[in-house]
Design a protein around this ligand. Structure first.
Ligand code: SF4
Length: 603
């Protein structure tokens, strides 16, 4: 299948089966849930304890960071002690910068992850410059061959799997110079490593394309799958993840937008939800997200979209799934708000819902007091009463209740007074089909994204995957959530922020922590949020180490990064402006820095 086959009636991409000890990734196997330890790897007892804890929480593969060869050597004892407790969970070593650590790790664990951005081709290798000539570029390729080929051979001999794990923000200078920090660059970087595997006839390979921005995540994974198909490569399995998703509800929603929307596309064979929390907390979220995105296809069995009634046929889709462009729609005025293209995505609610804050207003009301006249679209004729409503100059919301309603779109009288919505059970596929049908009919009505939550965590994840994925595709002009508990307006603004569609509070990017982390991320993150959470228009990254932190801060305005034990480096954008600030003083120093740069507002 191609990625376009999953747009109107999602079909799970069939993939090569990769063996990781007794576990299987890809093929027809259920989607595997994994997580990562946060202990110091050299603290063998702590790493064993956390690995066992993760496995007992339902984690099906545990990744352990191995920054050095000495850490990798500890894996021998870790594996022995984990197995001695009767725990068979497969283990993966996480490698950056150190091929020697990979050669050691592959002796002991069943899977090794390498980051193509820094395995041999680090940022400092050539000093950043934009005029990479072909000879220098090719020398980089030769280095990959020299260092990665032996690892592929060792993996093959030992029956281990490899993950080619690319991260946005940690691409090598060589790739950056030629491709920029782009989805294209990430895919090219990964495929360079794949070519060595394929040259060795080795297909036990899993790919990941992570970023902290779900929009980037979605584009990168789709582009990778597209390139694998177009290049005649085998359909290797895909590991899905959103890096630095943060914590609490924001972290869960952001993960659901990036990971869940791809699962709904039929892409993904294993997932890791990265939260700035105890890693054991990641496991139920990942399991629930996978289950929530599988539900329409039958519980307890692998995704099989072929049984869906949404056939892949239909008029061509207006958007390119590998790049973002907001769908062009007709402007409308609803209540006091203008909506449609060039306007922010407007948040509506039932008239009884109080706005959570002045920065998160209710911009239009639904139900009683609304300017909208709802008309169900089901069947092949235009709804009765529609003509009269249009003649009276009323805005009409056409609600697509089922797929038969697609036929009714052709029978609609021309008007610029339409909006439309699609029943949530029709998923993103129904929305895409409806948009294409409207375009074919020469109509560009704004889309109202609606969801009735049932109050469960699983339904919230499914909502975020479906509506967040649509927002990341450029679909949606108005948003209205209904919920039996909590404030649905607050949740709507959180969803818009996670999908990069509209910012209404400070944005926090925080790494999940690992064996490299130099301070307590959970408590530090809470302190920084307490001091800066009221800032509306600032993005702050909180990263545990300078090895990967600065590269992976994405587009944060300010960075708080572990420099050395007990000391923090502060960044403005990608520039380090304060080094070795004592940890106790660092949160206040960050506030001072934000003030200096004119970005502070009083709470
Ligand atoms: S930024 Fe550093 S500490 Fe945080 S997860 Fe990445 S490698 Fe680990």
């Amino acid at each position: 299948m191609t990625i376009r086959d999953g747009r109107y009636g999602s079909l799970r991409r069939s993939t090569v089966e990769v063996r990781v000890a007794d576990a299987r990734i890809g093929g027809t196997n259920p989607i595997l849930v994994q997580s990562m330890t946060t202990t110091l790897t050299k603290d063998v007892e702590a790493t064993v304890a956390q690995t066992v804890q993760l496995a007992r929480a339902g984690c099906e593969l545990v990744r352990i960071t191995t920054p050095t060869q000495a850490d990798a050597a500890c894996l021998e004892e870790i594996v022995r002690k984990v197995r001695a407790q009767g725990v068979k969970v497969p283990l993966c070593a996480d490698i950056h910068f150190q091929p020697a650590a990979a050669f050691e790790a592959v002796k002991w664990v069943e899977k090794v992850r390498v980051n193509p951005g820094n395995f041999v081709d680090a940022k400092t290798a050539y000093g950043f410059r934009k005029d990479f000539d072909d000879a220098t570029y090719d020398r980089g390729l030769q280095k990959i061959d020299d260092k990665f080929r032996p690892l592929v051979r060792m993996a093959r001999e030992r029956g281990a799997a490899l993950r080619i794990g690319t991260n946005h923000g940690s691409l090598s200078d060589r790739i950056l110079a030629r491709w920029g920090d782009t989805p294209e660059g990430m895919v090219v970087s990964a495929l360079e490593y794949l070519s060595v595997c394929e040259d060795e006839g080795f297909d036990q390979v899993v790919f990941s394309m992570k970023a902290s921005n779900p929009k980037v995540v979605i584009q990168c994974y789709r582009l990778l799958v597209d390139r694998l198909d177009a290049g005649g490569h085998k359909p290797y399995p895909i590991h899905l993840g959103v890096t630095e998703a943060g914590e609490g509800r924001d972290g869960r929603i952001k993960s659901a937008v990036g990971i869940g929307s791809l699962l709904l596309d039929g892409i993904g064979d294993t997932v890791r939800v990265s939260l700035t929390e105890d890693p054991v907390e990641e496991v139920p979220v990942a399991r629930e997200l996978v289950a929530a995105c599988q539900r329409p296809f039958g519980p307890g069995r692998p995704l099989d979209f072929r049984e869906r009634d949404l056939s892949p046929e239909g008029p061509a889709e207006a958007v390119d799934p590998t790049s973002y462009l907001r769908r062009s729609t007709m402007p409308v005025r609803l209540g006091d708000a203008d909506a449609g293209l060039s306007q922010p995505i407007r948040v509506g609610a039932d008239a009884s819902i109080p706005p959570p804050s002045k920065d998160r207003p209710v911009e239009w009301t639904d139900g009683d007091g609304s300017d909208l006249s709802p008309f169900p679209l089901s069947g092949s004729v235009a709804p009765s009463g529609l003509d009269a409503a249009i003649r009276a100059g009323r805005l009409c919301e056409l609600r697509l209740a089922d797929l038969a309603g697609l036929e009714a779109i052709r029978a609609l009288p021309p008007s610029n007074l339409y909006l439309f919505s699609v029943d949530q059970d029709l998923g993103p596929w129904g929305v895409r089909r409806a948009v294409a049908a409207f375009e074919q009919a020469g109509l560009r009505p704004p889309l109202v994204l609606r969801w009735r939550l049932d109050g469960s965590e699983a339904d919230q994840l499914r909502m975020a995957a479906t509506l967040g994925g649509l927002l990341c595709d450029g679909y949606g002009d108005l948003l209205c959530l209904e919920s039996p508990s909590g404030n649905p307006v607050d949740l709507a603004y959180d969803l818009l922020q996670s999908a990069g569609a509209r910012r209404s509070k400070a944005e926090f990017v925080s790494c999940p922590s690992c064996g490299r982390t130099l301070f307590d991320l959970v408590s530090t993150s809470a302190r920084i949020r307490e001091k800066t959470g009221h800032l509306k228009d600032v993005a702050i990254a909180i990263m545990g180490c300078i090895v990967n932190g600065p590269g992976e801060m994405a587009d944060a305005d300010f960075g708080y990064v572990g420099g050395t034990p007990g000391a923090v480096n502060l960044y403005v954008g990608r520039d380090c402006v304060r080094r070795a600030v004592p940890e106790a003083e660092a949160p206040d120093a960050l506030v001072a820095l934000i003030r200096e740069h004119g970005r502070w507002t009083e709470p």
